[in-house]
Design a protein around this ligand. Structure first.
Ligand code: SAH
Length: 262
């Protein structure tokens, strides 16, 4: 996949391209990154990329001409690329959005600064507006890195273990189970026995159960929107029965203090 990033701070990406999975993805030929300095597409002597807003007010706005040129050049270089403007007003990035972007042939990320970009760029040159959350950053660079990282690790062949992306949190609608490594005992806490058993089926069942309970406790909203399989429904029913038993038991023993109270 070819990925272009349009920014007035290209150096910010040097470290990003040069570490971890992203670096490996480049070395393995899975992605071809291209960081374009928006300043290089200005026509004036001072390479100005921003200007005062029409209608007054504080802050500056990114001028449309250099951006339009940079986008056109990137589109020419990358066949079938989708243009993604980082913006707090965009669609919120989710695992599903990342999967969708990972299926594209190429991506062009535009990093805003100041008060954002001229609205005419958004209308004509942008396919997606993408937010990384309901808070405002001072620039789109970090946001673009977040989005790119989420996308790149999903590209076929990028992650080592063939299945590790498929098992990550969110990819199947559940949070991932907890992980342990050596030593077997740490600060008087031991690794769950089943993980030492060598019984792969039992381990897989335990992990699935842990995923389910993590999701139930931390993100019940995910379970509400997920199609549970038979086994998951059975596990939840068992937990429900246990909870009901506990509550019945409590009510039977402390009728005054508990019954009738919510
Ligand atoms: N005045 C704008 C915010 C501009 S912040 C507003 O109120 O909507 C400057 C730039 O940072 C934006 O153009 C965008 O590229 C980037 N940015 C800020 N917050 C972001 C977020 N939550 N997600 C993605 N990009 C963001």
């Amino acid at each position: 996949m070819q990925i272009a990033v349009l920014t007035i701070f290209p150096n910010m990406f040097d470290l990003f391209w040069d570490h971890g999975i992203v670096r490996r993805a480049i070395a393995g030929g899975h992605i071809r990154p291209d960081t374009l300095d928006i300043r290089a597409f200005t026509a004036d002597r001072h390479h100005v990329t921003d200007d005062r807003p029409y209608g007054g007010g504080c802050g500056m706005v990114m001028k449309p001409e250099p951006l339009a040129r940079a986008i056109d050049v990137s589109r020419d270089r990358i066949d079938g690329a989708v243009t993604v403007l980082m913006s707090p007003q965009g669609v919120k990035l989710s695992q599903q959005t990342a999967e969708e972007l990972a299926r594209r042939r190429g991506l062009i990320f535009i990093c805003g600064r100041y008060e954002g970009v001229d609205a005419r760029i958004v209308g004509r040159h942008v396919d997606y507006e993408l937010s990384i959350g309901d808070y405002v950053l001072s620039g789109g660079e970090l946001a673009a890195m977040v989005a790119m990282d989420a996308v790149i690790r999903l590209l076929p062949g990028v992650l080592g273990g063939a299945e590790s992306a498929a098992r990550d949190s969110f990819s199947d609608g559940l949070l991932e189970h907890e992980h342990y490594t050596r030593p077997r005992e740490f600060e008087a806490q031991t690794v769950p026995e089943v993980l030492l058993s060598g019984n792969h089926e039992a381990i897989a069942r335990w992990r699935h159960r842990m995923s389910l309970i993590e999701t139930l406790l931390r993100r019940p909203d995910l379970l509400e929107h997920r199609r549970l399989d038979d086994r998951e429904r059975q596990i939840l029913r068992q937990w429900l029965q246990t909870l009901e038993r506990i509550l019945r038991h409590q009510a039977a023993h402390r009728p005054d203090s508990l019954s009738g109270r919510q």
